[in-house]
Design a protein around this ligand. Structure first.
Ligand code: SF4
Length: 64
């Protein structure tokens, strides 16, 4: 997979398969942002819907 960081999309979610690993950026050209709330009011209400769990992160070891 191309792990070239897209410097237009900052991201610190290292457990995501689309994270650039060495830099806190996403590698995708675009991402889809959505919400799980009917009336989002704070940043915690919104989600990156392009998130994919990284292969090496199913046991959360990548966050240690
Ligand atoms: S897909 Fe979303 S969560 Fe995953 S690295 Fe890109 S911006 Fe971050």
């Amino acid at each position: 997979m191309n792990k070239k960081p897209n410097h237009c999309i900052k991201c610190t979610v290292t457990s995501c398969a689309n994270h650039a690993d060495k830099e806190n950026y996403c590698v995708l050209d675009t991402v889809k942002i959505g919400t799980h709330e009917c009336n989002p009011t704070v940043s915690q209400c919104v989600d990156c819907e392009s998130f994919v769990l990284g292969k090496n992160c199913s046991d959360n070891s990548c966050n240690l």
